[in-house]
Design a protein around this ligand. Structure first.
Ligand SMILES: *[C@@H]1O[C@H](CO)[C@@H](O)[C@H](O)[C@H]1NC(C)=O
Ligand SMILES: *[C@@H]1O[C@H](CO)[C@@H](O)[C@H](O)[C@H]1NC(C)=O
Ligand SMILES: *[C@@H]1O[C@H](CO)[C@@H](O)[C@H](O)[C@H]1NC(C)=O
Ligand SMILES: *[C@@H]1O[C@H](CO)[C@@H](O)[C@H](O)[C@H]1NC(C)=O
Ligand SMILES: *[C@@H]1O[C@H](CO)[C@@H](O)[C@H](O)[C@H]1NC(C)=O
Ligand SMILES: *[C@@H]1O[C@H](CO)[C@@H](O)[C@H](O)[C@H]1NC(C)=O
Ligand SMILES: *[C@@H]1O[C@H](CO)[C@@H](O)[C@H](O)[C@H]1NC(C)=O
Length: 788
């Protein structure tokens, strides 16, 4: 190493100095913008700590004020005022406010909530082209959403709840191709919804509650990621909307729906909350809704649903709130609803049920006219015809194919009920899973950028090492400490003076790089710290004495003791193989690691070319990615590998980044394939063949799935969990990169797979006394869904 100060080093120092003062400049223009914002808001109390000397990037964040920086530029700004913030005074100018905001050009997350801001939403804000999350709830914004917002191609979460926006929703919303959360609750929007909403395939949450929308809800069945749909308090109708079956929350209450309830609803196995109250839904009430596998809240009150209930109907024991009141139901209340456990609410007044203690109508008033769905007479409550059965027939017929599903469902279900006679109703997805995952996942989706904050736990701070330290740690690179050849060079095991084990990568530089240039790259590497990455602890440069360029770099990494993921799944001979829970956890770890590589630093690290051997397990079996695409310029692995077989490269840099990240999705799919099947995959042909096999078994049924999964786990995993893993695996492996799922989508599915499995395991352990295989009751549950 060069120890004396070479003349050229002076130049380096000067350059470093210049670049430092350069970045201070940048910082100061952003500080000015923040101070301007403070001024335009008339120096509110929350911002009272801001002044000319504030070091904004190093302020302590709290629930009402957060400034986050990456390097010297502000990436997140959250200002959250008091709930009842009064209107800003007359001289407030939203235009000047927006002008100040766009001086923070790298903002990714912007939260301006309850600040009393008023005026039309300025189109200027769309100049914040990196914006991913925008939440401007609880202000006094009015007018429409300006057309310029269609340029925000990175926008994922868009929240304008509790304002005074009006007019129709624009029909360019589908140009927000990354949108996952759209929430416009409590505004004055009107008109019918644009059909283009139906092509926002990334959408996960759509909340339009409390507006003045009306008309038919456009076909949303292509929104396969949609989990939350809230349309309550509008005037939608009359047809029940067409939806994808992955919904978790569906709220249609207080609208003008007048149709029947489609039988497909019985295949919404993730549905937890269903609220269709206060409409005019007609036709039969489907008791199967009571036993949907995930349902916890069911409200059908205030409709004209009819049908006879029996004591022997079964329900999901997790049902906490059921409201059947004000319908035309007859018969007797199912016993399973009567169990008086605390915290459970069951309402059923204003029907024509027998022997109940909630107020009921006399039987004849529930035998009103037989109604066919869709042909709705004006005055329906007055004629008295008691042809419930006929009406059922008509409704079944008019629903066409779906009624077959219902019939099959009924038959299977009846048989099932008979078999079980006195067993308590099937307990399905447990409470934890049911209440836990949605909110957690939604908040994940909203705050993807929070991954940036996440430091790697318990690692020493990044530092430079001396060559002597490296030599003594590896005993002068003795053969005994040689671990292998990595993608960038040899790897040695070492022991530092303080006793800790490390892995040292020796990277020989092919071209000549100045130390300064390399320092910048090391800076990036030092930021790659995350619980699911094998992180660098520091580096050491070996320099050429003549020009002080870097000849070799030693990168010191944390040492991960438990070997590769591969050795825990395929080579079961000398290791105990991972169980299903551990395998999903490992997959989640890898996915989180990839998510961090893509979004946790700027620029993201893509095309990591990961293999199952690049995933290491630590002493707690936590998966960590090693061998990711280190930003070392000349040593960067082919950046554009494996991109779409169709070879279509997009012109916009944005899109190409998207395709980049999709090559990691493919590699992840291959890792998942090995995790599920427990076998080594050697070639792309192997992958294609196995993917097709997986695809076939997804359709074929649970026996097929079990027969191809790794025998070490296939007996002890819940089929729904296995199936979900297979589905996400197949989706990662599709040829067209654009069709592969996003990392968030992958994470969601993996977490779902983990939670249904855990819930089931918890169940089968706690109810060991119940006879028969714990799989039995679930089987039917997931059979019918293939037809839906
Ligand atoms: C948040 O921090 C700011 C100063 O940084 C302070 O003025 C404000 O009162 C704090 N708010 C809360 C809720 O702690
Ligand atoms: C901050 O600096 C500006 C000029 O740059 C000056 O007008 C203002 O009074 C200063 N404010 C404080 C609180 O020092
Ligand atoms: C706006 O009016 C308030 C008083 O209502 C005053 O304190 C403030 O300085 C004015 N702000 C601007 C930017 O003129
Ligand atoms: C918008 O931000 C506020 C303040 O952080 C938060 O309470 C609210 O839940 C956010 N809205 C949504 C829909 O996430
Ligand atoms: C929708 O709202 C806009 C703006 O408030 C209003 O001008 C228009 O008349 C409304 N249209 C309907 C059909 O209500
Ligand atoms: C069901 O919905 C109605 C009207 O929307 C509401 O009044 C009632 O409280 C709800 N029931 C439950 C149990 O939440
Ligand atoms: C439920 O009870 C009714 C009469 O009480 C009976 O007709 C029906 O077959 C029973 N259903 C099942 C599935 O046992």
């Amino acid at each position: 190493m060069a120890k004396e100060l070479h003349p050229s080093m002076l130049l380096v120092l000067v350059t470093i100095f210049l670049s430092i003062s350069d970045s201070e400049q940048l910082q100061s223009s952003q500080s000015q913008a923040l101070l301007r914002i403070q001024e335009l808001l008339n120096f509110p109390a929350i911002l009272s700590s801001w002044n000319n000397n504030t070091d904004f990037c190093n302020t302590e964040p709290n629930s009402s004020l957060t400034v986050e920086c990456y390097e010297d530029t502000i990436t997140q700004l959250h200002i959250i005022g008091n709930k009842k913030a009064p209107l800003r005074p007359r001289n407030f100018s939203i235009k000047s406010f927006a002008t100040a905001l766009v001086k923070l050009p790298n903002l990714k997350v912007l939260t301006l909530v309850s600040l009393g801001i008023w005026g039309p939403l300025p189109g200027t804000i769309s100049r914040l082209s990196s914006l991913e999350i925008l939440n401007m709830s609880s202000n006094f914004l009015y007018g429409g959403i300006p057309q310029e917002f269609s340029l925000l191609s990175n926008l994922q979460t868009f929240i304008l709840d509790d304002n005074m926006f009006a007019g129709r929703l624009p029909d360019w919303l589908d140009s927000l191709a990354a949108l996952t959360v759209l929430s416009l609750k409590n505004n004055l929007f009107n008109g019918s919804l644009p059909n283009s909403l139906g092509s926002l395939e990334t959408l996960r949450v759509l909340s339009l509650s409390h507006n003045h929308f009306y008309g038919v809800v456009p076909d949303l069945s292509r929104l396969t990621n949609l989990q939350v749909l809230e349309l309550d308090d509008n005037a939608f109708g009359p047809q029940f909307p067409r939806l994808g079956n992955k919904l978790v929350t569906l709220t249609l209450s207080n609208n003008k729906f007048r149709s029947g309830i489609p039988a497909e609803l019985n295949s919404y196995y993730q549905l937890q909350r269903l609220d269709i109250s206060s409409n005019s839904f007609v036709g039969p009430f489907q008791p199967a809704l009571l036993s949907l596998p995930s349902i916890t809240y069911l409200n059908i009150s205030g409709n004209e649903l009819r049908g006879m209930l029996f004591e022997n109907f079964s329900c999901n024991s997790e049902l906490e709130q059921v409201d059947l009141s004000s319908n035309l139901l007859t018969g007797s209340l199912p016993k399973c609803l009567l169990s008086d456990s605390k915290g459970k609410t069951v309402k059923y007044a204003e029907n024509c049920l027998e022997d109940t203690n909630q107020n009921q109508h006399p039987l004849p008033s529930c035998h009103t006219e037989a109604l066919a769905v869709g042909i709705l007479p004006e005055r329906r409550k007055h004629k008295q015809v008691s042809k419930v059965l006929i009406s059922l027939g008509i409704i079944g017929g008019s629903l066409g194919g779906v009624s077959l599903v219902a019939l099959i469902f009924f038959l299977v279900r009846r048989r099932n009920v008979k078999n079980k006679t006195k067993n308590p109703p099937t307990r399905s997805i447990s409470e934890n899973a049911a209440s836990g995952y949605t909110s957690k996942l939604l908040s994940d989706a909203r705050y993807i950028s929070q991954t940036m904050k996440m430091g790697s736990v318990g690692l020493p701070t990044y530092r430079t090492f001396s060559l002597e330290e490296i030599e003594s740690a590896t005993n002068n690179f003795e053969t005994a400490s040689f671990m292998g050849e990595g993608s960038h060079g040899q790897i040695y095991r070492g022991r530092l003076k303080n006793g800790s084990l490390v892995a040292i990568k020796c990277i020989k530089m092919m071209k000549s790089y100045s130390t300064q240039n390399m320092m910048q790259r090391m800076e990036l590497i030092s930021k790659l710290r995350h619980p699911h990455l094998v992180s660098a602890l520091g580096h050491c440069f070996e320099c050429n004495l003549d020009d002080s360029s870097v000849s070799r770099i030693f990168l010191v990494f944390e040492y991960i003791p438990n070997g590769t993921l591969k050795s825990w799944i395929s080579d079961g001979h000398y290791r105990q193989s991972l169980n299903w829970t551990q395998r999903i956890a490992a997959a989640i770890g890898v996915a989180k690691g990839i998510q961090f590589l893509h979004t946790g630093i700027v620029p993201g690290v893509y095309s990591n070319n990961l293999q199952v051997t690049d995933v290491l397990l630590d002493q707690n079996l936590v998966a960590k990615i090693s061998n990711y695409n280190l930003p070392l310029s000349s040593n960067m692995r082919k950046v554009k590998h494996k991109i779409s077989s169709s070879g279509s490269k997009s012109t916009s840099s944005n899109k190409s980044v998207k395709l980049e990240d999709k090559s990691d999705m493919y590699d992840f799919g291959v890792i998942l394939l090995e995790i599920i099947l427990g076998r080594t995959i050697k070639s792309r042909n192997d992958v294609d063949a196995l993917r097709d096999l997986l695809q076939a078994s997804i359709v074929a049924g649970d026996e097929a799935r079990r027969s191809i999964a790794d025998a070490a786990v296939s007996k002890a995993c819940l089929d729904q969990s296995l199936k979900t893993m297979m589905e996400i695996c197949v989706r990662c492996l599709v040829r067209e990169p654009a069709d592969r799922p996003s990392i968030e989508d992958i994470l969601w599915n993996l977490q779902f797979a983990a939670q249904v499995h855990d819930a089931w395991r918890g169940d089968s352990q706690s109810s060991e006394s119940s006879p028969g295989s714990p799989l039995e009751p679930r089987r039917f549950t997931f059979h019918y869904q293939y037809r839906g």
